[in-house]
Design a protein around this ligand. Structure first.
Ligand code: SAH
Ligand code: SF4
Ligand code: F3S
Length: 444
């Protein structure tokens, strides 16, 4: 018999942007695996090189233009298909193909068509699919987990966004909001638990507006959270992102009821000024936000709270900026993701408001927020000195192989000397010391 050499094409994907993109890349690997492609972590041996991209700020896109050049260097001595996926693909569409440096452009709802696009692009014809869908949730696809520790998995519970925050490109790149079948979410979480995972994070741009309805069932986010929490007390549940406008008491109550629902809320405020919030089209006020924080803390006193903020949005005055500083001072977040405003073409803000805060002022205001938050983080971590936490071990700490690291329920990273335990164990620790980003602990 004649021997045949079977050549399995290898796919390499770089992922940028939010956790939802990480999960999307896992869905993509799954779709491609079903069509005979193998995953590789080395660009040098890949037949297909792709970037799953982000458009949320201009610098996120600039990075990708640089990567496209790097990918093309791989073509010097072999044939490689280059693909741009995700939000930047959706935003720039054929502009990416016009460079002549990209063979495939596929938006966030087009991943099922990747096998066809790849087959056709292989014949030297660039391919594009940037159709957005009202239904696609990839509900039936079991993602190929690409995390390294096998402890913590991400599960998308919805796609798209129905808000129109004026600065934000996401509704344009991800399309309308749709919620995924609740049973497929619970099944995926069960599969993760059975495969040894100890933590799942439920993902959506606005998880509190999750709503899945059939003739016989009606599941909101609080219900879904409870369904996932009931899988096992040994499975931790986290979620992100909570939009203050939709954050309900029902969710706080479910969080309080289940020990395994982690006591941490990522609660993006964006600005402390009502004038800016209105212009941003966030549908809450500073007072509403502070009331939600007070309510959370009255029911879950030790709840971890983190946020996102944008400095220097259109027409922001010194007064508006001071409102942001005073809100940060008042709330005392554990950590914050802090950005200065980056105008995104096509958004409501780009079409209606001049990007009129100069870069020096944006940078200065951002630095003031960062400096204040640095002190607030330190205070927040110091408040945990002497406390005991149950921590889920993620693996060795970055700095020291004799130390393990893992998160407390409130999402703070803990490190402690330990040669007995391993990733996936639960251990009890006591906080001895801290930095503004780590709790330094001992086993108890
Ligand atoms: N859905 C989430 C946010 C997703 S985008 C929410 O509503 O909170 C993540 C963060 O990027 C946002 O919270 C915001 O702080 C930041 N961001 C979004 N658009 C931006 C822009 N044009 N310039 C600067 N930061 C931006
Ligand atoms: Fe963007 Fe607002 Fe939707 Fe968040 S809620 S993704 S900030 S439009
Ligand atoms: Fe970026 Fe798209 Fe996520 S713009 S933040 S990758 S939804």
């Amino acid at each position: 018999m004649e021997s045949q050499s079977i050549n399995i094409p290898k796919v390499y994907i770089e992922t940028y942007g939010c956790q939802m993109n990480v999960n999307d890349s896992e869905v993509i690997f799954s779709i491609l695996a079903q069509h005979g492609y193998a995953r590789t972590e080395s660009m040098d041996e890949a037949d297909v090189i792709m970037a799953n991209t982000c458009s949320v700020r201009d610098n996120a896109e600039q990075r990708i233009w640089g990567r496209i050049e790097q990918f093309n260097l791989q073509r010097r001595n072999r044939t490689v298909i280059i693909g741009i996926l995700g939000c930047m693909a959706e935003r720039l569409k054929d502009k990416l193909l016009e460079t002549g440096k990209v063979d495939i452009v596929a938006g966030p709802d087009a991943y099922r068509s990747l096998p066809e696009l790849l087959a056709a692009a292989g014949d030297g014809h660039p391919q594009i699919n940037v159709m957005l869908s009202r239904e696609e949730t990839y509900a039936d696809i079991k993602p190929v987990r690409t995390d390294r520790n096998g402890v913590s998995a991400f599960i998308s519970i919805m796609r798209g966004c129905n808000n129109v925050c004026s600065y934000c490109v996401v509704p344009y790149t991800r399309g309308a909001e749709r919620s995924r079948d609740a049973h497929t979410i619970v099944r995926e979480a069960c599969d993760c638990f059975n495969a040894g995972y100890k933590e799942v994070t439920l993902l959506g741009q606005n998880v509190d507006s999750y709503h899945w309805k059939t003739e016989t069932e009606d599941v909101n986010f609080a219900n879904l959270l409870e369904m996932v929490a009931q899988i096992s007390p040994e499975l931790r549940v986290r979620f992100s992102t909570s939009n203050p406008q939709d954050f309900s008491d029902e969710v706080i109550e479910v969080m309080a009821k289940y020990e395994n629902i982690c006591k941490h809320i990522h609660f993006p405020v964006q600005s402390g000024s009502n004038r800016m919030l209105e212009k941003m089209r966030r549908r809450y006020t500073r007072e509403w936000y502070l009331e939600r924080v007070a309510k959370i803390r009255s029911i879950i006193p030790d709840c971890g709270l983190t946020t996102d903020v944008i400095a220097g949005f259109c027409s922001e005055t010194e007064e508006d900026h001071k409102d942001t500083l005073s809100l940060f001072d008042e709330v005392g977040f554990d950590t914050a993701f802090m950005f200065y405003y980056s105008e995104r073409p096509g958004t409501i803000a780009a079409r209606n408001y001049p990007d009129d805060v100069d870069i020096e002022t944006k940078t200065r205001r951002l630095n003031e927020i960062i400096a204040l938050q640095g002190r607030k983080s330190m205070e927040s971590y110091q408040r945990d000195l002497g406390k005991r936490f149950r921590v889920l071990v993620e693996g060795p700490s970055k700095k020291n192989q004799e130390e393990l690291c893992g998160r407390a329920s409130n999402n703070k990273m803990c490190v402690w000397p330990d040669t007995e335990h391993k990733a996936g164990d639960y251990v009890d620790v006591e906080v001895l010391n801290c930095t503004s980003a780590t709790l330094i602990c001992k086993l108890v």
